[in-house]
Design a protein around this ligand. Structure first.
Ligand code: BGC
Length: 459
C-alpha cells in the first residue's frame, strides 16, 4: 500500500516538475531578451555554405577541390592533417534530415549558398539536375515554413573559372555576374532574401595574405587588394543587374561583411600596436563600409591603384549582412592570438566577446541599411561553452534590438558540423553534431536555449 501511495505521489509530481522546468527555461530566455521587442517577422535562422556541407565529391571540380589535393613547398598538406572534404556531412543527399532539425529548433529561415561548380560544371553549360536540386530544397523549405536566403558565392568557384584567373582578373567579373543572373532568374520568384558574395575581405585576406585559402599565397597585399577591389566591382555590377531583373524590386539583396578587428594584448607594446593596426587595415572594415555608403572604394591610402567607383552612388545593397565571430588579440609573447584571463576561448580560437559584437552592430549600422546578422556562432566540440555563448551573444543582440538598431534576422553558424575550410573536420560549430565515422547526427543539448529564446521572443 505504502509503495503504491509513493508511486502515485511521484506521478502527481510530474506535471509540477515539468512546469518548473518550463518556467526556469523561460526565465533564462527572458533574462537574455531583456524585454526587447523583436519584430514579428524577425528571421531566426542558421547559415551554411554548400562546399563545407556537401564536399567536393558531391559538387565537382572547384578551386577548393584542387587546393585540398595540393602539398605545400614545406611538404605539408594544405588542409589540417591532409583531410579531404569528401561528402562532408552530405547535406546534398540529406535535405529532409536538415529541415526536420530546423523545425525542431523552431527556426524560420535558412541561409545557404548554391554551388557554382555543380550548376555550371563547364563554362556556359548548366546542369539541370543541380538546378532542380535547389528547386526541391527551396520548395521543401517553404512548405516547412522556413524562409530561404541564398548566397550566390561563398568562397568557392568552379575549376574552369580558376583556370581563367578567377577574381584576380577584372575581365572575369562579367562571367560571375552572368552566373548570378542565371541563379536569380531561376529562383527569385520563390526566394526574397539574397546575398551576392560572402565576405570579400576574408577571401582576399585568407587567399593572398594568410595563405590558408586557395591559391595559398602569403603576404601578397597587392593581389589581396586587387581581388577585394574586383569583388567590390562584382558586387556593385551584379546588384544593379539583379535589381533590374523581374522580381528584383521585390528582392532584398545584401552585402555580407565579416567585421573583425585585431587588437594589441598590451596597449603600450609598439610591435603589437603596429602589427594589429596593419592587420585591421588589411581587413578593410572602414573602406568596405564607406564603399556601401558612397559607392567609392579606396582600400590603400596614398595610392589610387586599387580604387573603384561604382556606376551609381548608392544604395549598393538593400541590407548589410553582418558576420561576426570575435576580435583577435595579438600577444607578442606568445607570437599568437590570445584572450584575457577573464575571457573564455573557443576552439577556433576566438574569445567570447559579446560586447564587441554589440560594437560591430553599432559600426555597421552607420551605413544606414537594415542589418541581418548573417553569421555568428561558436566552435565548441564538447558543447560546454555554447550555452554561455548563447547567453552572451543573444543578450547583446537583444540589447541592440532594445536600443533601436534595425536588425531583421540572426543566423547561427552553423546547422551541422561541417568541413571548416583549411581546418578540416576539427572544428565543431554545429547546432547538430555529426559523427564523422558513423555519420549519425544528434541535436546538441545547449541548443534548447536557442529554441527557448526564439519561442520567448515571439510570446
Ligand atoms: C565563413 C564560414 C566559416 C566561418 C567560421 C566565416 O568567415 O563565412 O564559411 O565557416 O567563418 O570560420
Amino acid at each position: 500500500m505504502l509503495k503504491r501511495l509513493f508511486l502515485l505521489s511521484l506521478l502527481l509530481l510530474i506535471p509540477f516538475q515539468s512546469f518548473y522546468a518550463v518556467t526556469a527555461a523561460n526565465s533564462k530566455a527572458q533574462e537574455i531578451l531583456q524585454g526587447a521587442k523583436y519584430p514579428v517577422d524577425f528571421r531566426w535562422g542558421t547559415a551554411v555554405a554548400e562546399w563545407q556541407n556537401s564536399g567536393s565529391d558531391n559538387l565537382g571540380r572547384s578551386n577548393w577541390s584542387d587546393f585540398e589535393e595540393k602539398i605545400l613547398k614545406n611538404g605539408k598538406p594544405t588542409i589540417k592533417d591532409g583531410q579531404k572534404s569528401g561528402k562532408s556531412c552530405d547535406c546534398w543527399n540529406n535535405m529532409e534530415r536538415n529541415i526536420a532539425y530546423m523545425q525542431q529548433i523552431k527556426l524560420n529561415s535558412y541561409r545557404f549558398s548554391v554551388s557554382w561548380e555543380a550548376i555550371e560544371p563547364k563554362q556556359g553549360e548548366y546542369n539541370q539536375a543541380a538546378i532542380d536540386h535547389y528547386h526541391t530544397l527551396i520548395d521543401s523549405l517553404i512548405v516547412a515554413g522556413i524562409d530561404p536566403m541564398i548566397t550566390i558565392i561563398h568562397f568557392v568557384h568552379p575549376g574552369w573559372f580558376e583556370d581563367l584567373g578567377g577574381f584576380e582578373k577584372q575581365e572575369n567579373i562579367a562571367i560571375f555576374t552572368k552566373f548570378a543572373e542565371k541563379v536569380f532568374t531561376e529562383f527569385s520568384s520563390k526566394v526574397k532574401l539574397w546575398c551576392i558574395i560572402n565576405e570579400s575581405n576574408v577571401l582576399g585576406f585568407q587567399s593572398y595574405i594568410n595563405g590558408e585559402f586557395p591559391p595559398g599565397q602569403k603576404g601578397n597585399v597587392f593581389l589581396a587588394a586587387t581581388v577585394v577591389r574586383n569583388l567590390m566591382q562584382a558586387h556593385a555590377e551584379t546588384y544593379l543587374k539583379l535589381k533590374a531583373l523581374p522580381n528584383g524590386d521585390k528582392a532584398q539583396i545584401g552585402f555580407v561583411h565579416q567585421y573583425l578587428t585585431f587588437e594589441p594584448y598590451t596597449w603600450f607594446n609598439p610591435v603589437e600596436l603596429v602589427v594589429t593596426k596593419f592587420l585591421t587595415a588589411c581587413f578593410a572594415n572602414a573602406p568596405v563600409l564607406a564603399f556601401l555608403k558612397t559607392g567609392k572604394f579606396n582600400p590603400i591610402p596614398y595610392t589610387s591603384s586599387w580604387n573603384y567607383e561604382a556606376p551609381t552612388k548608392g544604395p549598393l545593397a538593400d541590407f548589410i549582412g553582418l558576420n561576426f565571430y570575435s576580435r583577435i588579440l595579438f600577444n607578442l609573447c606568445k607570437l599568437d592570438t590570445d584572450c584575457y584571463p577573464d575571457e573564455i576561448m573557443t576552439d577556433m580560437p576566438y574569445a567570447l566577446c559579446p560586447d564587441k559584437f554589440y560594437n560591430a552592430i553599432q559600426e555597421v549600422s552607420k551605413v544606414g541599411l537594415p542589418i541581418y546578422v548573417t553569421e555568428n556562432g561558436i566552435a565548441d566540440k564538447f558543447d560546454n561553452r555554447r550555452e554561455i555563448y548563447f547567453k552572451g551573444y543573444l543578450g547583446a543582440l537583444s540589447k541592440a534590438i532594445k536600443d533601436g538598431f534595425d536588425i531583421r534576422g540572426f543566423y547561427y553558424w552553423t546547422l551541422i558540423d561541417n568541413f571548416e575550410w583549411n581546418h578540416g573536420r576539427h572544428l565543431k560549430f554545429g547546432l547538430v553534431e555529426f559523427n564523422d565515422k558513423t555519420k549519425e547526427t544528434r541535436l546538441r543539448d545547449s541548443v534548447q536555449l536557442y529554441t527557448d529564446v526564439i519561442l520567448a521572443s515571439a510570446a
